[in-house]
Design a protein. Structure first.
Length: 161
């Protein structure tokens, strides 16, 4: 990989386009292994995101999940219904508010989510080791600033759990 000089050349349109292309290619490869596993189970990326964030936030509510994922209630309902029906997610009634539906991964869901995560963890860990700590810190900083400014505090809270 060629290194850019420490000047503002990275702000040129061609360099920005290269960065965007790298994001597309990285995302393509980052999602390939989980996509293959998901397809065998009859699931897609939306299922993966739900499993991941329910796993990271046990006891989250449906509205909390909607807030994190930024998808429509209808889309979540379809995906969540399938994951519940197939035994990957359990839905419990809230103790304080009986209208709440609290979501947890079942043991089956935990095992499946771990299988998906492991493929991505290995890819990211290898990239981190190759790039080094300064590059990782810079990468996190760039990703964080791609997030809409109005959402950064929420995202920061989510990733610091």
């Amino acid at each position: 990989m060629r290194k850019l000089p420490h000047t503002n050349l990275y702000l040129r349109e061609e360099e920005i386009r290269r960065g965007i292309e790298l994001l597309y290619f990285a995302y393509r490869d980052f999602t390939k292994d989980p996509d293959d596993i998901l397809a065998k189970a009859g699931f897609g990326r939306a299922h993966h995101r739900v499993l991941y964030f329910v796993g990271r936030n046990p006891g989250t509510t449906v509205s909390g999940l909607l807030s994190v994922l930024r998808i429509t209630k209808q889309s979540l309902s379809r995906v969540l219904g399938q994951l519940i029906e197939e035994g990957f997610i359990a839905q419990n009634t809230g103790l304080k508010d009986r209208r709440q539906r609290l979501l947890h991964l079942t043991p089956k869901g935990q095992e499946f989510e771990k299988q998906l995560f492991d493929t991505q963890r290995d890819r990211v860990a290898d990239a981190y080791k190759t790039a080094g700590p300064d590059a990782v810190a810079g990468f996190w900083e760039v990703l964080f600033h791609i997030v809409n400014e109005s959402e950064r505090a929420t995202v920061l809270h989510q990733i610091e759990k």
